[in-house]
Design a protein around this ligand. Structure first.
Ligand SMILES: Nc1ncnc2c1ncn2[C@@H]1O[C@H](COP(=O)(O)OP(=O)(O)OP(=O)(O)O)[C@@H](O)[C@H]1O
Ligand SMILES: [Mg+2]
Length: 240
């Protein structure tokens, strides 16, 4: 297969069932979709529809009850926990709704954290972290602690932290949920710019319909089912 046609992540007929005591919830039902290189996609749908569950499966933070997940063509079910950890830490960056920054560490130190496992010297880690902070426009805030930054700036730090390992794919679960509308737009526009200029593939979930005009692809789920994928038609065509 032409490597350019290999999806960054491929879900085939993926379902996820959660068991809580005697109750079972089918959080995702038979979802098939491929995340393609350079995608800029939003997952949307009502609360409880399965957005976070879907992102967790795409990011291999969780495993499906049935169906298959492939990263860059590799079946994740063929990998042991250690190999999966390694793949995830090199290939995927994560951005969270609540930023998840360490309060006692400066911006640059927070951004350096994902590099700890990459066997770099301290100076190299620092240079890469400063570069990532420049990419998100925070070159003047490298020594600030998280509580000395605004919400929008904190989310920029967490975007820099997601980018610092140069992942193929960045996933974000409701990255703008704790931001006001102008900061939300600015964060999506920043991700868009990084997508265009650096070729980073982005998939994020959002409740906010006003952000959907800014994406190339909308993946809409409802009750765990794929309702709409605006890339489905061209994807099917490309796959013949
Ligand atoms: N760890 C879990 N254990 C049991 N049930 C779960 C678990 N995680 C999610 N669920 C259930 O799976 C369904 C989908 O949840 P999910 O968090 O993916 O929805 P969501 O679309 O992200 O919602 P929101 O917009 O509120 O964040 C819900 O019914 C939820 O209660
Ligand atoms: Mg959610």
């Amino acid at each position: 297969m032409n490597p350019e046609q290999t999806n960054v992540v491929e879900l085939s007929s993926v379902s996820k069932r959660f068991k809580l005591g005697t109750t079972e919830v089918d959080a995702l039902k038979e979802i098939s979709l491929g995340i393609r290189k350079n995608d800029f996609a939003a997952i949307t749908g009502p609360s409880g529809s399965g957005k976070s569950t879907l992102l967790n499966l795409i990011g291999c933070l969780d495993v499906p009850t049935s169906g298959e997940v492939k990263i860059s063509g590799t079946r994740t079910s063929d990998l042991d926990e250690k190999a999966l950890d390694k793949l995830r830490s090199r290939a995927i960056g994560f951005i969270f709704q609540s930023f998840n920054l360490i309060p006692v560490l400066k911006a640059v130190e927070n951004v350096m954290l994902p590099l700890q496992l990459h066997g770099l010297k301290a100076q190299q880690m620092r240079e890469q972290a400063e570069h990532a902070l420049r990419q998100v426009g925070l070159e003047h805030y490298i020594d600030h602690l998280p509580d000395q930054l605004s919400g929008g700036q904190r989310q920029r730090v967490s975007i820099a932290r997601a980018l610092v390992t140069k992942p193929n794919l960045v996933l974000a679960d409701e990255p703008t949920a704790n931001l006001d509308s102008s900061n939300s737009e600015a964060i999506i526009e920043l991700m868009r710019k990084l997508n265009k200029e650096s070729g980073v593939t982005f998939v994020f979930s959002t409740h906010d319909a006003s952000l959907l005009g800014k994406v190339d692809r909308i993946i809409r789920i409802r009750d765990g089912k794929l309702q709409e994928d605006t890339a489905a038609a061209p994807l099917k065509k490309a796959l013949g």
